[in-house]
Design a protein around this ligand. Structure first.
Ligand code: A3P
Length: 285
């Protein structure tokens, strides 16, 4: 309600939109590093001391206090992120550019279970089960659409439809395609944000440098080191919990065939007629 009443983005601002566990952290890192590439060098980069979530905070966090933040004092453009479904996004937000990222719901669900499990205290990371969480109950809820920011499929379809209506304002990405070709996605992202890479930058390897800076292995190492020093915020998930495996198709290690087929069937049924096609992800080595 606070966001709807008081979030007034400037047309220059950029809004990153995702369902939880679809690759938000990666998208935040890539957009921030690209937009601010002239302000930092690799040796003094904010990612060495701050997480991508600190560099690009969630709108939900800005508006989580009793006072209304004055976002106009932030530099223009500012990148914001949110998990809000399209149906709850204030109309005013449509005047800024939106980058939407989605992911195979099977991997999204598995990632979510691990994250919640870890956040709730029982470290299930790197085991073959999600130990503390009742996986079949969680699966039932997810497939019925009981998710923190609304049903997964409605979330995707809301922004997909808007991207068809207004392609110059909504850039639509899929995690698996970014994993396959991060460089060309980064070029498109830069172009969309209004800061395309110059010929000189291309020649000097700036695009590859940013992809490398924001790679799973690089960011994870930085965050694990920081967590080990105890520098995480209380009552927040440790920064390293946003970096688990970063793989496509990890669902095969956790979901039964029956579960996978059920989620695929829901996805196909929900997307039917929308023009958005869905290929189930399979393991990328
Ligand atoms: P897994 O749990 O499958 O490993 P979000 O950022 O929306 O919370 O999503 C977290 C998921 O994105 C996790 O997936 C995490 O490992 C993956 N991820 C985080 N940073 C990444 C990066 N730089 N490159 C690729 N995947 C990344």
């Amino acid at each position: 309600m606070a966001i709807q009443a008081h979030f007034k983005p400037r047309p220059s601002d950029i809004l990153l939109l995702t369902s939880p566990k679809s690759g938000t952290t990666w998208l935040k890192a890539l957009s921030f590093a690209t937009l601010h590439r002239h302000s930092f060098s690799l040796s003094d980069h904010p990612f060495l001391t701050n997480t991508p979530h600190q560099c690009v905070p969630f709108l939900e966090r800005f508006f989580s206090h009793r006072t209304i933040p004055n976002l106009n004092v932030l530099p223009s453009p500012t990148i914001f992120a949110t998990h809000l479904p399209f149906s709850l996004l204030p109309q005013r937000a449509l005047r800024c550019r939106i980058v939407f990222l989605w992911r195979d719901p099977k991997d999204t669900f598995v990632s979510l279970c691990h994250f919640l499990d870890r956040w709730m205290g029982s470290s299930a990371e790197h085991t073959s089960t999600t130990q503390g969480l009742d996986l079949s109950k969680a699966f039932q809820m997810f497939s019925q659409g009981t998710s923190a920011f609304g049903p997964f499929w409605d979330h995707v379809l809301g922004y997909w439809t808007e991207s068809l209506r207004s392609p110059e304002m909504v850039l639509f990405f899929r995690y698996e395609e970014m994993i396959e070709d991060a460089v060309s996605h980064l070029r498109r992202l830069a172009q969309f944000m209004g800061c395309p890479f110059s010929m000189e930058e291309e020649r000097d390897g700036v695009v590859d440098d940013i992809v490398q800076l924001c790679s799973f292995d690089n960011l994870r190492e930085v965050e694990v080191n920081k967590d080990n020093k105890g520098s995480f915020e209380e009552k927040r998930p440790p920064a390293s919990s946003f970096f688990r495996k970063g793989k496509v198709g990890d669902w095969v290690n956790y979901l039964s065939m029956e579960m996978a087929e059920k989620l695929d069937a829901i996805t196909k049924e929900k997307l039917h007629g929308s023009g958005l096609t869905f290929e189930s992800s399979s393991v990328v080595p």
